[in-house]
Design a protein around this ligand. Structure first.
Ligand code: GTP
Ligand code: MG
Length: 121
């Protein structure tokens, strides 16, 4: 339950593109095209944003509600990689939340953004 709303999450195999060559891509593409869902949460490795952008562009074409999680954010800081994620958020027009699943960092913000997003559905 998040803010009085019950959500069901479906975790699909991790992929980097929607051109179904691998089994993982086929399974995830099928889920994206055929399941009845309210939004898609795309998890992007912040240390490999270029790769993530390819996937984001493909999902954006589906015209579904999308929220983006950047994980491995702490590694970008260690490596000195600077990502203007607020700027990217504006460019893409989708919420981007930095999450560290190991420390549960960013989970509260993710839920807040989910709530904001679902009020528009
Ligand atoms: N340090 C760190 N580790 C992370 C982060 N996000 C995920 N991991 C770790 O990365 C590993 C893989 O995570 P999974 O959640 O299994 O990755 P996945 O993308 O779902 O993988 P598949 O479902 O196999 O495609 C786990 O050991 C996680 O704990 C992060 O932000 N920082
Ligand atoms: Mg997984």
């Amino acid at each position: 339950m998040i803010g009085g709303v019950e959500y069901e999450f479906v975790d699909t195999p991790g992929i980097y593109s929607l051109y179904p060559s691998s089994l993982e891509e086929k399974v995830t593409e099928k889920a994206l095209l055929e399941l009845d869902y309210d939004f898609v949460i795309v998890v992007v490795d912040a240390t490999a944003v270029e790769r993530g952008l390819v996937l984001l562009a493909a999902v954006a074409e589906l015209r579904v509600h999308m929220i983006v999680i950047f994980n491995f954010w702490e590694e970008t800081e260690e490596k000195g990689i600077i990502i203007d994620y607020r700027g990217l958020e504006g460019e893409l027009g989708v919420p981007i939340v930095r999450v560290n699943p190991l420390r549960r960092g960013g989970i509260r913000e993710l839920f807040e953004r989910l709530e904001e997003d679902t009020t528009t559905i």
